[in-house]
Design a protein around this ligand. Structure first.
Ligand code: DLL
Length: 423
């Protein structure tokens, strides 16, 4: 953890980093230079932290336009690694790293393990993807920097995961929420709970519901689960970490400034209000970010955390502004559906939303959700009616609910797609 003692010290550090970043990007990147000039801002105009509001936003479209090396602010000779995020549309987002960027990222990530209360004796089984994606190498780098033992198995391959978990007595499992669920179900199916020594699960890369979390916790018999956020543009996973008090995600405010803005007005959200995360890096060399609009929605958590750490907190990521769909004039986020389903113990965590246009020209929503393990299929009709009632009351729009068998919806070891818009 950083040795920052006060909010004032942190602000000074952020101001120095902001000044450095704006100058570095202006001098090193023709893209940023043009953008800053268009906004009428010169690096010398950054005289206090609040001057961040003078700076223009950077967006995912800017990254795509600058393909293949958007935002690059150092000569290519200084680039030691490249990562890319898959992205569902258009070209991948490619981000460059200098040797110092990689070191900074591993220091940040080591902090994540520290925050989750690991020790160097922990054995960390890594079940996220390796390759161009930042996930695998991020978890591994941080683990080695922290000094625990990395067991880099990668995603999928449940046979190998189970074997390694039992034989090596793994204590920490790192995964996407979807892979966590797959593993939890597999450990249960094989009756391995008493043969493993797992203490903690660290998961991220996608939104998870309370029901999913409970399922993983119960089936793997772990003491603690931690939500870890991150995105390729901002180094990768490990931009913050849920703490032992489970009162939110502490984020590394000495590496980046986090603003929460109203995505419509682009003005700062009120403290505690949900808005879009906008990030500005303070030390990133190869691909610095200036007011980068992440599209992720969350809120800042005011006040002190009972874990004692003074680094600021944001809530878990509630969804992405581009995940939102509109049904008969009502804006709906998949996270709202998670939330409703998590209130009903007779259904499982897995669901799909199907959007269709009927012959009458009207839009229809069907929510397919799994019956909870062991629940009685004879009660499906009443259960569906109950859920339909909750949906129309809480989302203010009606939808049809179909209850399907436990484990009949597809499982993935990556990020699960839940909304299928066929309109
Ligand atoms: O998903 C990095 C990562 C890997 C984070 C493994 C944590 C664990 P990208 O592929 O660039 O990077 O996707 C980033 O995923 O903007 C969020 O929308 C979403 N996301 C990441 N972590 C979480 C989380 C990785 N803990 C995008 N909760 C982000 C909810 C998350 N959503």
């Amino acid at each position: 953890m950083p040795e920052i003692k006060s909010g004032e010290e942190l602000r000074q550090l952020q101001f120095d980093g902001l000044k450095w970043t704006v100058k570095h990007a202006f001098e090193g990147s023709s893209f940023y230079q043009k953008k800053l000039k268009e906004a009428g801002v010169h690096p010398q105009d950054i005289g206090c932290l609040e001057d961040i509001y003078k700076l223009p936003f950077t967006t995912a479209e800017d990254l795509r336009e600058g393909y293949p090396f958007p935002l690059l602010s150092v000569p290519l000779e200084k680039v030691v690694r490249i990562h890319a995020s898959s992205g569902t549309t258009g070209k991948r987002k490619i981000l460059c790293y200098t040797e110092k960027d990689i070191r900074d990222w591993s220091d940040m990530f080591a902090r994540c393990y520290e925050m989750a209360g690991l020790s160097q004796a922990d054995r960390v089984q890594i079940a996220v993807g390796y390759g161009l994606w930042t996930a695998g190498v991020g978890f591994q780098l941080g683990c080695e920097r922290f000094g625990a033992t990395a067991v880099p198995v990668g995603p999928g391959n449940l046979d190998m995961h189970c074997e390694i978990m039992v034989d090596l007595q793994t204590t920490v499992f790192c995964c996407t929420a979807s892979m966590g669920l797959l593993m939890a179900e597999e450990v249960k199916r094989r009756g391995l709970k008493d043969k493993i020594s797992l203490r903690k699960v660290i998961f991220g890369a996608e939104r998870h519901s309370e029901a999913m979390r409970r399922n993983i916790e119960r089936n793997l018999g772990v003491e603690d689960i931690f939500d870890i956020p991150g995105l390729t543009e901002l180094y990768g996973p490990g931009t913050g970490m849920e703490c032992l008090a489970h009162e939110g995600i502490h984020y590394w405010a000495d590496y980046y400034i986090l603003e929460i803005i109203n995505p419509h007005t682009l003005q700062p959200s009120l403290p505690g209000e949900v808005g879009e995360m906008v990030v500005t890096t303070l030390r990133k060399e190869a691909s610095p970010l200036i007011r980068y609009r992440t599209r992720d929605l969350t809120r800042l958590i005011p006040g002190k955390c009972s874990c004692g750490n003074i680094l600021p907190r944001h809530d878990k990521i509630l969804g992405r502004s581009d995940d939102m769909f509109i049904l008969r004039g009502v804006n709906i986020y998949p996270g709202q559906i998670d939330h409703i389903l998590s209130q009903v113990p007779q259904v499982g965590s897995e669901f799909q939303v199907l959007l269709e246009r009927g012959w009458d020209g009207k839009d229809h929503m069907t929510i397919r959700v799994e019956r909870a393990e062991g629940a009685d299929p004879k009660r499906d009709k009443a259960l569906a009616a109950h859920l339909e009632h909750l949906i129309s009351h809480q989302l203010l729009v009606s939808g049809k609910v179909e209850i399907v068998d436990f484990q009949s919806l597809p499982r993935t070891e990556r990020k699960t797609k839940r909304v299928f818009d066929n309109r």
